[in-house]
Design a protein around this ligand. Structure first.
Ligand SMILES: Nc1nc2c(ncn2[C@@H]2O[C@H](COP(=O)(O)OP(=O)(O)OP(=O)(O)O)[C@@H](O)[C@H]2O)c(=O)[nH]1
Length: 617
């Protein structure tokens, strides 16, 4: 049958029996976006001449880095045995920082395609996503991708997959997102195997928001899945958590370009436009209902994204501060997970403390600020969030080492994660060593097959979020994969290490570390600063301290720099010129106490400090 005959247009406000809502879940780089591209082509919603790789990845950064950050939903027609169907595909991101986006997408679907690279097999995020899909009671269609690769081992991995989710290896579909092989069979299987959505068409409307995107032309575009009732244009709708009401200016489906419709009914996935300007007014996880005939109960929401890593962002040029504030405000319209507040630093001036989901999120935000808003930025070493209990039993939330309370401290709690590492069994020893060095507690080990093992650990977030993955990869020659999720807190022996120049604190270099690592940090910072700070006209001690206890010390010897020395006997105007020049130079200096430090020294020290984290992509 020709593809055209199978892709007849589907009317809007459709009978739920012909709808199939699904997402594709996979480990990063196993080929979700490429497969989604082939489906768009096979169903005829994108014409070959309009096709570009990773059609659904709209942001430049997504395309350049080949990763998916925001999820997107698209509706595709597909005919099976002469009957038209509407398939709603929700593309999901694969990186661990964006797991919360996966969980929202899953809640909008009845089924999931579990996509596994036929040359790599099951990886840590394959498992994490599969478990999440099972928790949401989704029907799973296992699929092996990249069967065109010479290194593909479909037999071996079909068996691994069948063992994991039950069923026969022959039931595992084999496709190639590159050549398109098997894609039509997969579309048929989606129609046959996935359940149609069920809901009460006559009940008051309830639709779940699973994504909210800011569009500079149309304002906030909200993606919803209708569970009960229906929504129509020009009606007034209400957000159930905030009770805010809006007029529905436009409602429609993405196919994949927006197509306004006369409404959305039970089981349908589409978008709403209400004229709100800020994604936070259209909160992901909220339920949309009809203002005149409101539903009595909200749908179960999902966890709000929670920032895990904080870092200070400062403009290199202090006069860019208002521009940075405006840029952050704009980015936040589009990124509900981004939070920030102003802060000042002795060393760096005015800036913002910004919360991120992880290091990748940090890098992306920073890159967007620099690229889209033309800002030059410096970011301070990232840290996690600590809870500190002081002597009077007050608990202080610390997102910046400078907020660490002075005086006696009863306990410090740090965030924990439960991590899964998947690797060939020959690497078990070296992985255990690494996890122990990072204060990990082993939770058990499962063999997926004879030579592949799944290891469970509970680890402090601060030990895993920065450079753990790099170390894991280099110890296992790139074969290990990692996934983790937040898992409570633990009390730990944590201290704040301060860095002092001539007795004055330099806030940008303070860090909260485990007691055992405090000395190493102190030594490293004092040494580095001695190399970076030029000699002054007096001796400058550089110290690292925990409270009032000095743990490391370096000295910068004094020098007397007489700029007039070489003009002995010269004329007065030349002397003046030299003095002027010296004054200019001083403007670029930051003064800490009496010590003048070139801004470049701060930047150099901070960038090498966070280099370990920056490498992790
Ligand atoms: N040979 C071959 N390569 C493929 C196939 N499918 C995807 N690839 C390649 O695998 C790489 C990853 O593919 P993507 O589609 O970007 O992977 P993804 O899972 O969407 O990645 P994220 O969006 O970051 O989660 C790309 O270089 C693709 O060209 C396939 O069937 N065969």
């Amino acid at each position: 049958m020709s593809p055209l005959a199978r892709t007849a247009p589907v009317p809007a406000a459709t009978d739920p029996a012909i709808i199939r809502n699904f997402c594709i879940i996979a480990h990063i780089d196993h080929g979700k976006s490429t497969l989604a591209d082939r489906m768009l082509q096979a169903t005829g919603v994108v014409q070959p001449r309009e096709m570009k790789a990773q059609y659904l990845d709209r942001m430049d950064i997504e395309r350049e880095r080949g990763i998916t950050i925001k999820s997107q939903a698209v509706r595709m027609p597909w005919e099976l045995e002469g009957k038209a169907h509407a398939l709603n595909m929700i593309d999901t991101p694969g990186h661990v920082d964006f797991t919360y986006e996966v969980s929202r997408s899953l809640a909008a679907c009845e089924g999931a395609i579990l996509l596994v690279d036929a040359a790599q097999g099951i990886e840590a995020q394959t498992l994490a996503n599969l478990y999440m899909a099972m928790e949401n009671d989704l029907t799973i269609i296992p699929v092996l991708n990249k069967i065109d690769l010479p290194a593909a081992q479909p037999e071996k991995y079909a068996e691994e997959l069948a063992n994991l989710i039950g069923g026969e290896p022959d039931d595992v579909l084999r496709v190639s997102g590159k050549t398109g092989e098997g894609v039509e069979a997969l579309l048929d299987k989606i129609v046959r195997d996935l359940p149609a959505p069920v809901g009460d068409a006559d009940a008051p409307a309830r639709a779940m928001i699973f994504d909210s995107v800011y569009d500079s032309y149309r304002g906030v575009v909200t993606y919803v899945r209708v569970v009960d009732g229906n929504l129509k244009p020009r009606e007034r709708i209400q957000m159930m958590s905030t009770r805010a009401s809006h007029e529905l200016l436009e409602i429609g489906v993405s196919s994949p370009e927006p197509q306004p419709t006369k409404g959305l009914g039970v089981g349908e996935v589409g978008y709403l436009i209400t004229g709100v300007k800020d994604v936070r007014q259209s909160k992901v996880g909220d339920t949309v209902t009809n203002l005149n005939k409101p539903a009595s109960e909200q749908l179960a929401g999902y966890d709000e994204p929670k920032p895990m890593v904080f870092s200070g962002l400062y403009p290199l040029d202090g006069s860019d501060y208002p521009a940075l504030r405006d840029a952050l405000e704009k980015l936040q319209l589009n990124d509900a997970a981004l939070i920030y507040e102003p802060e000042t630093s002795v060393a760096l001036g005015f800036g913002f403390r910004v919360g991120f989901l992880g290091l990748l999120h940090l890098e992306i935000v920073r890159e967007r600020l620099e690229r889209e808003f033309g800002l030059d930025l410096i970011s301070t070493a990232p840290n996690v969030v600590y809870q500190v209990m002081t002597e009077d039993k007050a608990t202080v939330t610390v997102t910046n080492p400078s907020e660490f309370p002075e005086g006696k401290i009863l306990e410090v709690r740090e965030p924990m994660v439960s991590a899964t590492v998947l690797a060939p069994s020959e690497f078990v020893g070296t992985i255990m060593e690494l996890c122990q060095a990072r204060r990990g507690q082993m939770g058990g080990m499962d063999y997926l097959s004879e030579d592949r093992v799944e290891m469970h650990y509970r680890l402090p977030l601060a030990e895993i979020v920065f450079d753990f993955f790099d170390h894991l990869k280099s110890r296992t020659r790139g074969y290990a994969s990692l996934d983790w999720k937040a898992d409570g807190e633990q009390v730990a022996d944590l201290v704040k290490v301060d860095v002092l120049l001539q007795g004055d604190h330099v806030d940008a270099f303070s860090a909260i570390t485990h007691k055992d690592k405090a000395y190493a940090y102190g030594l490293m910072m004092t040494k580095k600063l001695r190399e970076l700070i030029p000699r002054q006209q007096f001796e400058v001690p550089i110290q690292a301290a925990i409270g009032s206890r000095i743990i490391a010390r370096e000295n910068i010897r004094a020098i007397r720099k007489d700029v007039l020395a070489k003009c002995y006997g010269g004329d007065i105007s030349r002397k003046r010129k030299l003095l002027e020049k010296q004054k200019e130079g001083k403007k670029r200096m930051k003064t800490v106490g009496r010590v003048e430090v070139p801004q470049e020294a701060f930047i150099a020290a901070l960038s090498s400090q966070s280099a370990a984290g920056e490498k992790k992509k």
